[in-house]
Design a protein around this ligand. Structure first.
Ligand code: NDP
Length: 447
């Protein structure tokens, strides 16, 4: 059977079996569309039904999360964990707390995570979870009660050699702390069941910065391949959360200038470069909106509407907010304004049509699977430190991270050459990530 007939049949089965899950369909299609040349070369994957197995999570968990607010009112949220693939190690992937969380979004994230974790070269399978809970505007006590209730069900499914969750949108150090505490209390076991832990109780130096720093390291590799460097470049970034903030920090350290940042309400344009300490204070400490920035920085402007951040002229664009935030119109504007690299800090922030525009206009496009893998890579290093009960220095972790990102760039470039799609790093990432998982699945038999 021709490779494209195989991938089409798998895709149709995914549509039929997972109705009403557009984000999951999109993520699966994007991977299947690039695997044709691999299946032509290695028919053993087709025979063993590797694709059919990979699009079906190994286990799906959905549960009720009841909790009480400060006034004594009772609320009920829905919790999830999708344990997608454990061929390369324990399930690994974040928890997202956001009102838009659904099975579709978490399945797309869990599916992508399998390939991303494979690219890091570390021993990690893929999974993702979360809840449709909105931590915004909740007191610390409310967030704690929610996290404890969430963990009172999830504890039975996770463990340091089974499934090791981490943070994602809406889940930072505070939430990880509350969930870890509840796990420890129920299981009577102090163990590395989460990554992104506090530094005093098992966290790794460098984990907080890892996704943003890693994103910049891989963008630097791509720039070098073009004979250029970061010094003097202007950069636009969407979001102003963990990934956006630490990408900004690393860009500034390396001599570039971040001129735009956003949140879900709007964006700031700071032609002289954003003042990162102010952004950190607003977003990480005071948990305020990005528009507050212009109150203390008069040369910057604020505009409502987060999508317009891409109208700001830049050499490099780093979408670091959420899925499908950068559409075809934004992609055309970026290409027209001379943008040379787009690297995804968020997961799937660029729509498929936007990616087509980048390919057609020779804008280097680095997909999230590769470009934002730094976070999970350092999570893997946190697991390694926990197993040995040791702590590495920041410098050691950062050097490892840099090496891992350079290696990912090498792997995906190599795959584009070997499988006849030069310049298409999205395909390169899918192919390189897939082959490692597929080989492990073949070796482990029909499971
Ligand atoms: P945070 O919660 O720290 O920040 C998210 C940022 O994105 C906030 O500024 C938020 O604005 C903005 N945002 C959220 N939803 C929307 C929306 N619908 N439209 C516009 N802006 C939005 O999350 P992270 O920085 O951790 O994660 C950002 C992305 O990076 C996600 O896609 C995540 O999956 C991905 N990622 C994160 C990793 C990590 O280590 N943290 C690792 C790999 C990927 P507001 O404050 O208004 O909500």
């Amino acid at each position: 059977m021709a490779a494209n007939t195989v991938t089409q049949a798998v895709y149709e089965q995914v549509l039929k079996r997972n109705p009403g899950e557009p984000e999951f369909h999109q993520a699966v299609k994007e991977v299947l569309d690039s695997l044709g040349p691999v299946l032509e070369k290695k028919p053993q994957y087709v025979e063993a039904k590797i694709l059919e197995r990979m699009v079906e999570p190994e286990r799906q968990i959905m549960f009720r999360v009841p909790w009480q607010d400060d006034k004594g009112n009772i609320h009920v949220n829905r919790g999830f964990r999708f344990e997608f693939n454990s061929a390369l190690g324990p399930y690994k992937g974040g928890l997202r707390f956001h009102p838009t969380v659904s099975a579709s979004i978490l399945k797309f994230l869990g599916f992508e995570q399998v390939f991303k974790n494979s690219l890091t070269g570390l021993m990690m399978g893929g999974g993702k979870g979360g809840a449709d809970f909105d931590p915004k505007g909740k007191s610390d006590g409310e967030v704690m009660r929610f996290c404890q209730s969430f963990m009172t069900e999830l504890f039975r499914h996770v463990g340091p050699n089974t499934d090791v969750p981490a943070g994602d949108i809406g889940v930072g150090g505070r939430e990880i702390g509350f969930m870890f505490g509840q796990y420890k209390r129920i299981c009577n076991d102090f163990t590395g069941v989460f990554t992104g832990k506090g530094l005093e109780w098992g966290g790794s130096l460098g984990r907080t910065e890892a996704t943003g720093y890693g994103l910049v390291y891989i963008a630097e590799e791509a720039l070098e391949a073009l004979g250029k460097g970061l010094e003097g470049t202007t950069v636009s970034i969407s979001g102003s959360g963990n990934v956006a903030i630490y990408a900004t920090e690393k860009i500034h350290q390396l001599g570039g200038k971040v001129v735009a940042l956003s949140d879900s309400n709007g964006f700031i344009h700071a032609p002289n470069g954003v003042h990162l300490d102010t952004v950190k204070q607003l977003k990480l400490v005071e948990r305020k909106r990005i528009k507050e920035y212009v109150k203390t920085h008069k040369t910057a402007t604020y505009a409502e509407g987060c999508n317009d951040v891409w109208n700001v002229k830049c050499d490099i664009a780093l979408p670091c907010a959420t899925q499908n935030e950068l559409d075809v119109t934004a992609a055309r504007t970026l290409a027209k304004n001379g943008c040379i690299i787009v690297a995804e800090g968020a997961n799937m922030p660029c729509t498929p049509e936007a990616v087509d525009v980048f390919q057609k206009n020779k804008v280097v496009f680095l997909p999230g699977k590769a470009a934002n893998a730094g976070g999970v890579a350092v999570s893997g290093l946190e697991m390694a430190q926990n197993s040995q009960r040791i702590f590495w220095t920041f410098e050691k972790t950062d050097t490892e991270l840099k090496g891992i990102m350079a290696n990912i760039y090498k792997k995906i470039s190599h795959a584009t050459q070997e499988y006849g799609c030069p310049g298409n790093f999205a395909a390169g990432a899918n192919i390189a990530g897939f082959i490692k998982v597929a080989n492990a699945m073949l070796a482990q038999g029909l499971v």
